[in-house]
Design a protein around this ligand. Structure first.
Ligand code: PLP
Length: 338
């Protein structure tokens, strides 16, 4: 339960990959890749889509295509772009990040507006605002539509571009019943991952206008992301969208159950109400450091990871059953009691 990226392709997905019709995607001749990109663009209600090897490349292409060196980009302080992309915005785009603190990953529209630089020659121009939905370090939290709209209004008012890191947008959509296109329509660009909860082995997709994606495609080549018979990977993505999207509801149910069992033990600090999707962030009360706890949990057969600020993190996914998750929670409860 360390992450929803640890899933392995099922037999049926591998079969779809093995049978994929392929061509050279650098020439735009891979039919399966073209079908995946059209499918994702249509799902998100965008003109165009581009497959890339990772979520990091997708976000960084988005930044590169929206900005010029010397610009500033507003993100939430716990965001993936700020914390887990190895400083790429400075290296690849020559931009400065302006991190705005949020609560469980959610920024207010006012805080975003206050972070925008005035138009004076000795400050860098603010060019872009990024939102992460669901929010990874925020514990799988969902941005309410009203907040997405309020931040969009600020972006429009100040002439900024608006990017969505939707690595887990699928989870937000299944949890709220709001279509991914309803979320996507507020943004200039949207990145989605196929390799998280959807269970594909590799791949993310960046979407936007035809003109924008055309420019992003050039940068993808520069970043070394132009691939050849990539239809094998696209086939996994198409299989994942068809078979593993709606079932994310089960992962959310598993996560709530996990949190509920932990909450019955006085050893854990967990807010069941905060578990909105497939991520559980929790604390331990009377215990040694979390690294030691993670090691002990591992010996007992439960794999966890460290969350931010001394917290533990568990994630549910395709390859852990409801029974596995219940057993894992009970194991932790017994561990902490001993
Ligand atoms: C995982 C993740 C990414 C990056 O995806 P990789 O495929 O690991 O590069 C980007 N944003 C968020 C919110 C993520 O959780």
């Amino acid at each position: 339960m360390r992450s929803d990226t640890v899933t392995k392709p099922s037999e049926a997905m591998r079969k779809a990959m093995a049978n994929a019709e392929v061509g050279d995607d650098v020439f735009g001749e891979d039919p399966t890749m073209n079908r995946l990109q059209e499918t994702v663009a249509e799902l998100l209600g965008k003109e165009s889509a581009l497959f890339v090897p990772s979520g990091v490349m997708s976000n960084q292409l988005a930044l590169k295509t929206h900005t010029t060196p010397g610009d500033e980009v507003i993100v939430e302080r716990d965001s993936h772009i700020f914390n887990y992309e190895t400083g790429a915005p400075s290296l690849l785009s020559g931009v400065q990040i302006n991190p705005v603190p949020g609560v469980r990953g959610l920024m207010t529209a006012k805080d975003v507006e206050d972070a925008i630089r005035p138009d004076v020659y000795y400050m860098m121009p603010t060019r872009l605002v990024c939102v992460e939905n669901t929010h990874n370090r925020g514990g799988g939290s969902i941005y309410p539509m009203k907040l997405i709209e309020e931040i969009r209004d600020v972006a429009v008012k100040h002439g900024l571009k608006y990017h969505l890191d939707g690595a887990r947008l699928w989870n937000a959509s299944v949890a709220t019943g709001i279509k991914v296109s309803e979320y996507a329509k507020h943004f200039d660009s949207v990145s989605v991952c196929l390799s998280k909860g959807l269970g594909a082995p590799v791949g993310s997709v960046l979407t936007g206008t035809r003109e924008y994606i055309g420019r992003a495609k050039r940068f993808r080549k520069i970043f070394g992301g132009g691939m050849r018979q990539a239809g094998i990977l696209a086939a996994a993505g198409l299989y994942a969208l068809e078979n593993n999207f709606r079932r994310l509801a089960e992962d959310h149910e598993k996560a709530k159950n996990f949190a509920r069992i932990l909450s019955e033990s006085s050893m854990f600090e967990v807010n069941v109400g905060h578990v909105e999707t497939n991520i559980i962030i929790f604390g331990i009360k009377h215990r040694i450091g979390i690294e030691k706890f993670i090691a002990e949990a591992k010996s007992a057969g439960v794999l966890l990871s460290a969350g931010s600020a001394g917290k533990l993190r568990a994630v549910t996914h395709l390859d852990v059953s409801m029974e596995n998750v219940r057993k894992a929670a009970e194991t932790l409860t017994k561990m902490s009691a001993s």
